[in-house]
Design a protein around this ligand. Structure first.
Ligand code: SF4
Length: 311
């Protein structure tokens, strides 16, 4: 899996480093949801018995995103087999896959009438294909229901098994996303059952297959700027098309603490460096998450697909 996780909205004054334990700086402040569209989306998600990473991960952007009908559906249940130390999704033994879920996902997205959307999943290390076939079925159902929408899949690492990643790639999502999450030095500590080289391998494989690829990092776990720039240099060298950089916000005291708040100016500087390194599109800011503002990127994705076809 996938998307970043965060504390619920906390209001507080601008903070200097080191980060206070309970209060976020002013630039993390987000409005509470009030628009009717937010509540309509929430109701429909419940009626269709779907899960979203927006809710499961307590994303601070939920008010903004759902108010414009942008959401990130999370498939294969809401229980993850992994226990990444930044993540708010429940860890445990998942339920069996729901064979009707692809149809309901397609129904929801058909109703929302979006130009672009992101779907993610919990990690399913309990399944022989790590959920590859269910992913493919979901992609096909969504493409049939939403033929003009571009679709981004934010997948796990398939334990490095590229054959199972191929099942997803064969279903032809428009963007294949997998998050490195953090710098190599911190990877094992942050993602206990994952590894940086394995994630790198999955991205490299997708890129070799000609996919439009995307990855993301959380900042604030103790990484240095040099380490972040080194990762950006690596993913630029790999040919990754889209990169997201956002601030890690600890979901609870039992998750990894926030070591540091990176300022908006620092995010802007990293975004500039990433662009200079040749990454085609960079989203860099404190509240950026893997799917933040992705709903407005259909034209970008079509352009990147056209470029990928010529590689
Ligand atoms: S940023 Fe992504 S996960 Fe967060 S609310 Fe928006 S769509 Fe959902």
């Amino acid at each position: 899996m996938a998307e970043r996780v965060h504390l619920p909205i906390v209001e507080g004054p601008a903070a200097a480093e080191p980060a206070p334990r309970r209060r976020h700086p002013a630039w993390i402040r987000v409005p509470l949801p009030t628009k009717p569209t937010f509540f309509e989306v929430k109701q429909r998600v419940g009626e269709l018995k779907l899960h979203t990473v927006c809710e499961s991960a307590s994303c601070p952007n939920i008010g903004e995103c759902w108010s414009r009908r942008a959401l990130t559906i999370m498939i294969m249940g809401d229980i993850c087999t992994r226990s990444c130390r930044f993540c708010d999704v429940t860890t445990g033994r998942p339920l069996p896959l729901d064979p009707d879920e692809p149809r309901r996902v397609a129904t929801m997205l058909g109703e929302l009438d979006l130009e672009h959307t992101v779907i993610t999943c919990v990690d399913r290390d309990d399944l022989p294909d790590f959920g590859g076939a269910h992913w493919a079925e979901t992609i096909r159902a969504v493409k049939a229901a939403c033929p003009t929408m571009t679709l981004e899949v934010l997948v796990g690492d398939f334990k490095g098994d590229t054959a199972n990643a191929d099942i997803v790639l064969d279903a032809a999502p428009d963007v294949f996303a997998h998050n490195l999450e953090t710098v190599p030095r911190l990877s094992r500590q942050v993602r206990v059952q994952a590894s940086y080289p394995r994630s790198y391998k999955i991205l490299e494989h997708a890129r070799r297959r000609g996919a439009v690829t995307k990855t993301g990092l959380m900042l604030g776990l103790g990484e240095t700027q040099d380490e972040v720039v080194e990762v950006l240099r690596e993913v630029a060298g790999l040919g990754v098309d889209i990169v997201t950089l956002g601030q890690y916000l600890a979901p609870s005291k039992s998750h990894l603490p926030i070591e540091r708040y990176w300022s908006p100016a620092e995010f802007a500087e990293l975004g500039r460096i990433a662009t200079e390194l040749g990454i085609a599109h960079v989203e860099s800011g404190p509240l950026v998450r893997s799917s933040y503002h992705a709903d407005g990127q259909a034209a970008l994705v079509r352009d990147l697909r056209a470029r990928a076809a010529q590689r």
